[in-house]
Ligand binder design. Structure first.
Ligand code: FAD
Length: 444
């Protein structure tokens, strides 16, 4: 088929990579990329830490994709709310689901609904200014327990640990800057069910704590093996070896010397599974059970201990959110698919296909492979009777939905960067964080 109509649902990295790949191979293709937000780039804007600006540079590449002939960005259009999955399938020859995964996996322990307990997805959305996370207003106390041993847990600990000066050149939203500066944090506990060898955080992120002005990095040397077990797969052995080196260096510093005067103590706690959160209305303490690792799995020991925790943040992974009619694998929390094929004419890529693992570039190969599948399936389709944009635009108009197009996003971008220049302190952008503000900027 020479002029297929293609809908991509989700303008994050995976959606942009798929659009780019299809655009290169099918010059006459018409691609509509929908996003529920008025802004594109998914977690590059709403997940990646605001003090890691280098990682966000990839957005420039995605911007070029969205600006190409034959590609339309339709922001502020949520599939399942403004237009249904069935309507998309009726309008387009191909539908690609790239909606990511940012619904928090719950800890599943008593006390999880107390005040002061948050999922990392909600917490990250709040500090990154995603409109539906904007009003979280988290209660950040003196003792913050972060459960999880991945990079998201480290991001949260680092942002809480940085001084306002260290955060100056980030695009942390003003409401979060104010909240972090006012937070009385004295202790941060980074808790892993398994040991340092099994931790999935990366060494660059782990090492950053050693450079923070007010953070003392505390590790009990007894929790660290002298070396990484030889039996581990090579990749894990390499990562764990480098992480262990950093952790041993932290442990060697101890609580004395330069660390003694630091006002914020970051405690690495390994081999500890959360059992319950105690408190009356508000979280007060976290009860943990010691574990040991057997064949890569955490095994409970029966021995418990308690740490003070008036804020608890669960950073243990995410699930995708399906919309009505979409085949969904409830157990894994992903779109049901076979190597990216969902049902005839429907495909999926990225975090909603594979689950919430992998950095931005990891989605590229996945998206390219799915684009290849689409191309080979399209080669067997001869006639196209679908109406594409014509049908969908009519439906949206009928429902009073006004999409934010690429020019609208550029206006938001311009407003945010202009506001940052006014602030004049080196921040790259001052995000608009509420839906009415974003829509007003887009439609001026
Ligand atoms: C807190 C955090 C920090 C991270 N930090 C880094 C990092 O430093 N470096 C790195 O390389 N990677 C990082 N990652 C991983 C990276 O963000 C992901 O690999 C990548 O964003 C996944 O891309 P995706 O397109 O599959 O999903 P997403 O980026 O989540 O994009 C999905 C898009 O779909 C849209 N959408 C969802 N539902 C609908 C709907 N119903 N209708 C229309 N649109 C919809 C969403 O609004 C979103 O724009 C981080 C992830 C998180 C959570």
């Amino acid at each position: 088929m020479s002029h297929p109509h293609i809908a991509i649902v989700g303008a994050g990295p995976s959606g942009c990579y798929v659009a780019d790949a299809l655009g290169r191979k099918l010059p006459a293709v018409r691609i509509d990329i929908f996003d529920r937000l008025p802004t594109p780039f998914g977690l590059v804007r709403g997940g990646v830490a605001p003090d890691h600006q280098g990682t966000k540079n990839i957005a420039r590449q995605f911007e070029r994709t969205l600006g190409k002939d034959g590609v339309r960005f339709l922001g502020n259009v949520a599939v399942g709310r403004d237009i249904s999955y069935e309507e998309l399938k009726a309008a387009y020859d191909v539908v690609v689901i790239t909606t990511g995964a940012l619904a928090d996996r719950r800890l599943g322990i008593p006390g999880e609904d107390l005040d002061g307990v948050y999922g990392s997805g909600a917490f990250v959305s709040w500090y990154n200014g995603i409109p539906d996370g904007r009003e979280l207003d988290p209660k950040i106390g003196a003792s913050v327990a972060i459960i999880g041993n991945g990079n998201v847990a480290l991001d949260i600990a680092r942002l809480l640990g940085k001084t306002p000066e260290e955060l100056a050149a980030s695009d942390l939203c003003t409401h979060a800057r104010v909240a972090f500066a006012a937070a009385p944090v004295r202790d941060i506990w980074l808790i892993g069910r398994r040991g340092p060898v099994e931790a999935s955080f990366t060494t660059a992120e782990l090492s950053e704590f050693g450079e923070l002005a007010r953070v003392a990095t505390l590790v009990d040397p007894a929790q660290l093996p002298a070396a990484v077990p030889e039996t581990l797969p090579d990749e894990q052995k390499k990562l764990a070896g480098k992480n262990l080196d950093v952790l041993h260096a932290y442990a060697a510093k101890g609580e004395q010397g330069e660390q003694a005067d630091r006002p914020l103590r970051l405690h690495f706690v390994f081999n500890a599974a959360p059992l319950k959160i105690l408190g009356e209305g508000r979280a007060r303490e976290l009860v943990l059970e010691k574990t040991r690792v057997d064949n890569g799995r955490a095994v409970m020991s029966g021995e418990t201990f308690t740490i003070p925790a008036d804020t608890v943040i669960g950073a243990i992974g995410y699930r995708s959110t399906p919309f009505p009619g979409l085949p969904f694998d409830e157990a894994r929390g992903i779109v049901a698919n076979d190597q990216g094929r969902v049902e005839p004419g429907v495909y999926t890529a990225g975090w909603c296909k594979r689950g919430p693992q992998g950095v931005v570039p990891a989605n590229r190969a996945d998206s390219l492979a799915v684009a290849e599948l689409i191309l080979s399936d399209l080669a067997n389709v001869t006639s196209g009777a679908k109406q594409g944009a014509v049908a969908v635009d009519a439906l949206l108009q009928l429902r009073g939905v006004q999409p934010v197009d690429f020019a609208g996003w550029q206006k938001i971008n311009a407003a945010e960067t202009a506001a940052a220049q006014t602030a004049g302190d080196g921040r790259p952008r001052e995000k608009l964080t509420r839906l009415p503000e974003l829509l007003a900027a887009a439609h001026t």
